[in-house]
Design a protein around this ligand. Structure first.
Ligand code: LLP
Length: 415
């Protein structure tokens, strides 16, 4: 559930009319709803019940510091994959002691930075990374808390680009090799083995793959205990899907409770790393129709947002709802391909959408709060969009629209 609703014909973000926001801040414009973010975050937090747990929001989904700050105020932890994301968390008032550091390519510099801040845990993805963390930790004489990210080899049944738990993926350590690597880790002087981590993919619309993965990971936990390695936490990753179209993913509560049930009787802190489930439906992308163009067999709505603003449709053929900001009965509906100004055939936001529009009208791409702005670029030398956060009847510019002159900042001419 989100807080982008209609009052009569007009789309509202909480109590703010979207048309007014677009007038004030221009388009393309990302709009986020604070109430939606908080509602989704609490759903995860509450579903874990009394078990010790930490919701580590996956920063990659939306890393605007205002977004992070909303969650930091709730006491959220964060899942990061780079020093940049960690610095954003700090800037947003997040607690580094509630940060888990994921990712296959952590540099020595990034590891040192995170170690000095005393993060909660490194999710280690390879034997070579284990050695690197040991070396950096020894140099700094700080004990590094670690988990191994294991790959349980389950099929998440999602898009191949966002499925990460299969053997052929670059992520994690195969669950068969994990015991040996845990033994090795326990022999290293500056590592403290804290837990186990797994993340099997994104936009999963069923609970079953999560539970299959968890069964396999819990077997590993038991095996390690027999071998004298006791873990204190289990990180189940992120990946819970949302409804973009007609998917029926489990509610975060249902998902989190199913997981919590499997852990009954175990003394393990539970960590979640949700990204999309918190942010996707907490944001929309508002764009203005520049031209309507009719070819022999297709109608195009050429809008001022493009694949550089929202890459998901072009990259994954992802479907996101596109709706008129103001409904009208005065114009007949027609089927449009909603496309951007970028010089690529793949530059579309949606195809074959039934819309009643004319040039100058506003459209809203729904479910754009996750992997929207964070995946945006300057392709075709297009400044990145502005971002606004609404909070009931108030609205705040949380990122200025990029200025044209910023496009070549840091570049220089030859002497
Ligand atoms: N933890 C780890 C280690 C991850 O790799 C990810 C996402 C998450 C947590 C959060 O997953 P979520 O709850 O958001 O599904 N750009 C793609 C999604 C890529 C996800 C990458 N990893 C998209 O737009 O669909």
């Amino acid at each position: 559930m989100d807080f982008f609703n209609r009052k009569q014909q007009a789309l509202y973000a909480e109590q703010c009319p979207v048309t007014e926001l677009a007038k004030q801040y221009g388009t393309p414009l990302y709009i986020y709803s604070r109430a939606t973010i908080e509602r989704h975050w609490h759903a995860f937090d509450q579903a874990a019940g009394t078990r010790p747990h930490l919701v580590c929001y996956a920063v990659k989904a939306n890393s605007n510091i205002a977004v992070l700050n909303v969650m930091a105020r709730l006491g959220s932890g964060f899942d990061i994959v780079s020093q940049g994301e960690l610095m954003r968390v700090l800037e947003a008032g997040g607690d580094p002691k509630k940060v888990v550091f994921s990712g296959v390519g952590k540099t020595a510099e990034e590891i040192a930075f995170a170690l000095k801040l005393g993060i909660y845990c490194f999710n280690v993805e390879s034997a070579a990374e284990l050695d690197r963390i040991q070396t950096v930790a020894q140099t700094l004489d700080i004990i590094a808390p670690i988990s191994l990210r294991v790959n349980p080899d389950v099929d998440a049944g999602t898009h191949p680009y966002i499925s990460t738990g299969l053997k052929e993926n670059k992520f994690g350590i195969s669950i068969e090799q994990a015991p040996e690597l845990y033994q090795y880790a326990s022999s290293l002087s500056h590592l403290n083995i804290k837990g186990v981590d797994c993340h099997i993919g994104s936009q999963l619309t069923e609970v079953l793959p999560f539970l299959d993965a968890l069964d396999r990971v819990l077997k590993l936990v038991d095996l390690l205990a027999e071998q004298g390695i006791t873990l204190s936490h289990i990180d189940v990753g992120g990946g819970l899907g949302v409804c973009y179209d007609d998917e029926t993913p489990p509610h975060p509560k249902e998902y989190a409770q199913a997981i919590a049930e499997k852990l009954v009787g175990r003394d393990l802190t539970l960590i979640y790393e949700p990204g999309r489930a918190i942010m996707a439906n907490a944001g929309i992308l508002v764009t203005q129709v520049e031209y309507l163009k009719v070819n022999e067999d297709r109608n195009f709505a050429i809008v001022d947002a493009a694949m550089n603003d929202l890459l998901r449709p072009a990259l994954y053929q992802a479907w996101q709802a596109i709706v008129e900001v103001e409904l009208t009965d005065d114009i007949a509906k027609a089927a449009y391909d909603v496309v951007g100004p970028i010089c690529e055939t793949g530059d579309f936001l949606g195809k074959d959408r039934n819309l009643a529009i004319q040039a100058g009208d506003l459209l809203a791409v729904r479910s754009a709060g996750a992997y929207g702005f964070t995946m945006s670029s300057n392709y075709n030398s297009r400044p990145r969009a502005a971002e606004v956060m609404v909070d009931q009847d108030k609205h705040y510019l949380v990122r200025e629209r990029e200025a044209l002159s910023q496009l070549w900042q840091g570049e220089s001419l030859l002497p």
